[in-house]
Design a binder for this molecule. Structure first.
Ligand SMILES: [Zn+2]
Ligand SMILES: [Zn+2]
Ligand SMILES: [Zn+2]
Length: 68
């Protein structure tokens, strides 16, 4: 895969960076070890993940607990 960053020789990743609500960051690229947002062209929150994520459900429960 070739992109602008590839041809420029920049350190970057073609995976999608997934930001979880508990500050855990994941990348869809198996070999990716540097989860800097700058290295990723695509960044989503886990709320945008198809089928949702376990931690979005937990966050809702937590917010209800704080509100009461
Ligand atoms: Zn590239
Ligand atoms: Zn999550
Ligand atoms: Zn990555």
């Amino acid at each position: 895969m070739e992109c602008i960053s590839c041809s420029a020789g920049l350190d970057h990743c073609h995976g999608t960076l997934v930001l979880h609500t508990d500050d855990v960051v994941e990348c869809t690229e198996p070999g990716c070890r540097d989860f800097d947002r700058i290295r990723h062209t695509l960044t989503i929150t886990c709320a945008d993940v198809d089928g949702g994520c376990h931690c979005t459900a937990e966050l809702v429960v937590e917010e209800y607990a704080h509100a009461s």
